[in-house]
Design a protein around this ligand. Sequence first.
Ligand code: SAH
Ligand code: ZN
Ligand code: ZN
Ligand code: ZN
Ligand code: ZN
Length: 513
Amino acid sequence: MAAPRNQLEAVEAEGISGCLGGSGVEVVFPSYSAVPAPLCPHGPTLLFVKVNQGKEETRRFYACSACRDRKDCNFFQWEDEKVSGARLAAREAHNRRCQPPLSRKQCVERYLKFIELPLSQRKFCQRCQQLLLPDDWGKHREHQMMGDVSVNQLKRPSQLLYPLENKKTHAQYLFAERSCQFLVDLLSTLGFRRVLCVGTPRLHELIRLNASGDKKSNIKSLLLDIDFRYSQFYMEDSFCHYNMFNHHFFDGKAALDICRAFLREDKGEGAIMVTDPPFGGLVEPLAATFKKLIAMWKEGQSQDDSHKELPIFWIFPYFFESRICQFFPSFCMLDYQVDYDNHALYKHGKTGRKQSPVRIFTNITPNKIILPTEEGYRFCPLCQRYVSPQNQHCEHCNSCTSKDGRKWNHCFLCKKCVKPSWIHCSICNHCAVPDHSCKSPKNGCFICGELDHKRTTCPNISSSKSANKAVSKQKRRKNNKMKMETTKGASMNHISVTRQNKRRERAHQYLCS
Ligand code: SAH
Ligand code: ZN
Ligand code: ZN
Ligand code: ZN
Ligand code: ZN
């Protein structure tokens, strides 16, 4: 197979392979298991299914919802495994040990003490990523410390803390100033008064900065994030330690109540949720979580508002469009390209901007969302939305068809617009990259064997018996070369079980279909 042509396609390949279960592991969602899922330090685990080609069977197991790398959380349990009382006790002790050393309340108390200190005594330990009170100085004497932490610095924790870039857990990619300011201005133009920030610490802080400044905007923001370091900088009502893959509040009911009250204030009026999850994360558990947050908001509505939806911005790469729209049919994808500070591929280059694959998915009518004309975005009256500079309205498709920002071309044989680098292949009977391998096998659905969807969205998902049958069917169709790799027993890393090049190969083939 050919190497991806450009960086964008490489990102795309990576994104797709990391998330479509091409590795031989898929999340079983919603959980059909009658028993509650066992707990890891990150809350309830998720049920996964590993497709074991050798034995022609599927066996389900529980693993951490938040960490896609066993180095970060090594929880593993077969669904049918009997766990002894001793092991359960050890697990509980382990889960307790893994919780942050300070309670949410203690963090708030420390913060209040910290801001009372004179500037010269306000120190931040860079190694431990912690605000220090004078009593702590001794312990951190050998560490690199930063002094004179100003109020302005305290208001911008995303600049004080280093981003946790580990792709398989936090994948903390912070918005570039341009994108962050665009979002804040947009939220204010649209008239929102409360923003539930799910995994968007930088947006949260910019909203609060604007609100505390003399600007007219007075938007409130509540941050839900798994990065506990942020709890040092916010009071209980503006940060909750939260896992968005299982809707778990680490501080229990008190935190859940804060979130609920926030969503339901003014009968839900004026609230929006903005989320920017790790791209390697699975779409199903995220969708399930967002539906729970939507339900929480909905319960605060009066009866006559029952048709209303919680407005949402879900920031994610464009190649997830069909997955997201499966779960949220009312969502559409905007052309706006979201840029990041600490991501080599997604940020403005020195020599002009690189194309970012990250977009905003929303249930807000797109004609209400004005994209910056100074960046070249313009309004298409036919599509009733703002489109990127090179996105041209195709008269055959009757739509501005480009997804990646480049000009796409219409193929009359495929009856749709395709990427500029693709050509129509008469063997495959559809457009593809010029150097693809023709008629190559693809990863279809494990249940029915069809190629246009995955097991998780299969209409025949009901019984595991049919799943087994379909696995055999699919296997018959696959050639040996394409067989999925599995690693031995429980020591597997449950998402990236295959070598990088294999993943890319499958991703590439997926993209060419
Ligand atoms: N662009 C955003 C940051 C997005 S990076 C901004 O600038 O504000 C993804 C964010 O999601 C990080 O803050 C990370 O800590 C958080 N995150 C990662 N996994 C999470 C999980 N399981 N639950 C909740 N938040 C998570
Ligand atoms: Zn875990
Ligand atoms: Zn158009
Ligand atoms: Zn074609
Ligand atoms: Zn071909």
